[in-house]
Ligand binder design. Structure first.
Ligand code: BGP
Length: 460
């Protein structure tokens, strides 16, 4: 039977998750910025729920991996908790943590699920944040030490690695818009943090390529910034937004250099980061093998209605305003725009402007508040999520037909999990989790996804 939408052989079907959001067992590891922030300001978290309340993957990974297999996963992206593996941030590894990650990796492989492992998903060890975190260039060496230990310990079985998940998010959250610790609002620091992250990334890539065999990449939330109109002012606004939020990571990761116009703009406003001799060469020589693309929603951008006060501190949004496009389709259960074609536009951009780098969708998903309202006969009938995934997959299929090198699709996320300041507000999983009993229940989308994965595609 020929399917309307069939995907290339060996397409990666799976989902993604992160350590802090799923593992729990916070008493068996040292603190991250999240544990610390929650202790000091619990009211900043939705319903006051912190990172110690999770879906308990630490103890239940066997059941979860069995469930992954049951719904057709052939790949799964997880992250390692730096603070669990190396309690002081640098130096000695914790043997219980090594055993845990070994067991998870072995269990995945036993079920023919290829582990994709990410090193940093927003969870800076507190010990290193106290030394300045990514503001401090010395933390780069600590990261490279951590990366090397992880490659040494698990690299015999893990052949697909990622350095960072969405590196722009700790920059925006921690240094521009106050939704991650350390809650600083300072664009100069933000730019330095972003820069150090990319140097840390390139050093880890360099080390991996020198000593290990496999692929290494980065996961970026590429968010197309569509202009309100073709008016040059709107076009300029969207271009600058794209430079700050996408290309400041995408260009160094894939092309090995920063966009010339970004450098010019930062230099004009005296906001260039401090660099060291050899950095440019390091970036140039250590581009990624593979790119993970997280896509949730686009950004709509317009020229500013009012010029910023030149005495106010410099911010990226001096150059653009967000535009609430009339008639855009919204997720009624979460509040984000749904624009499926965005996934195609991203892939075409990678094909045309980034050497058609090998990529995959490393996160895409639909968050829903109060999802229990959709329970019928004991399970969540999430037809809206099936539609969401299907419509995105159709555009991905078209991109592949047109020659984009897209290797897979991972949903965010495997089971409902804790999500930073939003805690359990929005549910995204194929499985729902009862946080009191820890019982997992497959949603309707899980059985739909199983069929898609088994047939390697679907009919309309
Ligand atoms: C992505 C992050 C994930 C996850 C997701 C959903 O940006 O990589 O870690 O949190 O967003 O976010 P939310 O629960 O806030 O809707």
């Amino acid at each position: 039977m020929t399917l309307h939408y069939s995907f290339p052989k060996d397409f990666w079907w799976g989902s993604a998750a992160s350590a802090t959001q799923t593992e729990g067992a916070t008493n068996k590891k040292s603190k991250t910025i999240w544990d610390h922030w929650y202790e000091t300001e619990p009211n900043r978290f939705f319903e006051g729920v912190g990172p110690e309340v999770t879906s308990d993957f630490y103890n239940r990974y066997k059941e979860d991996i069995k469930n992954m297999k049951a719904i057709g996963h052939n790949t799964f992206r997880m992250s390692i908790s730096w603070a669990r593996l190396i309690p002081n941030g640098v130096g000695k590894v914790d043997q219980d943590a090594v055993n845990f990650y070994n067991d998870v990796i072995d269990e995945l492989i036993k079920h023919d699920i290829e582990p994709f492992v990410n090193l940093f998903h927003f969870d800076m060890p507190l010990a290193l944040q106290e030394k300045g975190g990514w503001e401090n260039r010395e933390v780069i060496d600590a990261f490279v030490d951590y990366a090397e230990k992880a490659f040494d310990l698990f690299g015999d079985r893990v052949k697909t690695w990622f350095t960072f998940n969405e590196p722009i998010v700790p920059v925006e959250g921690g240094y521009l818009y106050d939704f991650h610790y350390p809650n600083i609002v300072d664009a100069k620091k933000a730019i330095q943090v972003a820069y150090h992250t990319m140097i840390a990334h390139a050093k880890a890539v360099e080390l991996y390529h020198a000593r290990f065999d496999g692929k290494i990449g980065i996961v970026l939330n590429l968010t197309p910034s569509y202009p309100r109109s073709q008016n040059p002012k709107d076009l300029k606004a969207s271009h600058i937004c794209d430079l700050f939020f996408n290309r400041s990571f995408l260009d160094p990761a894939v092309k090995g250099e920063y966009p010339e116009d970004l450098i010019q703009l930062l230099s004009e406003y005296d906001h260039l980061p401090t660099t060291e001799k050899g950095d440019a060469e390091l970036l140039k020589n250590n581009t990624v093998d593979l790119l993970g693309v997280n896509y949730y929603q686009p950004r709509r951008v317009k020229a500013k209605d009012y010029l910023p006060n030149p005495n106010s501190p410099f911010m990226p949004d001096w150059f653009f305003d967000n535009y609430e496009m009339p008639g855009r389709k919204m997720n009624p259960y979460r509040g984000w725009e749904i624009y499926e074609k965005g996934i195609y536009d991203i892939m075409i951009n990678l094909k045309e402007n980034y050497g058609n780098i090998e990529s995959f969708i490393s996160e895409n998903g639909m968050g829903v508040q109060n999802e229990e309202r959709f329970i019928e006969n004991g399970r969540i009938e999430d037809d809206y999520r099936i539609d969401f995934i299907k419509e995105h997959l159709k555009w991905l299929h078209k991109a592949i037909q047109e020659g984009c090198q897209v290797k897979g699709y991972h949903l965010w996320t495997f089971m409902d999990n804790w999500s930073w300041m939003n805690a359990y507000k929005n549910r995204y999983g194929f499985f729902s989790v009862n946080l009191e009993t820890q019982e997992r229940t497959a949603k309707k989308s899980a059985s739909w996804f199983k069929d898609v994965s088994e047939q390697n595609g679907f009919n309309d």
